[in-house]
Design a protein. Structure first.
Length: 53
């Protein structure tokens, strides 16, 4: 499982998107990139083990 964090101005977190698959994560990244967000504003965290449950 992956967690996509969207950062805004002054490093504030605008949104969290839990993604079950890498394909879903790639779709969300493509959407935010199309909206004009820079790659450094899109933080990906992989959740393994008990946190995913």
């Amino acid at each position: 499982m992956y967690l996509l964090k969207i950062k805004g101005a002054r490093n504030s977190t605008l949104a969290y998107h839990p993604c079950a698959t890498r394909a879903e994560l790639n779709e969300m990244i493509a959407i935010y990139t199309a909206l004009g967000y820079a790659p450094e504003q899109l933080l990906v965290e992989e959740i393994v083990g008990e946190k995913a449950a």
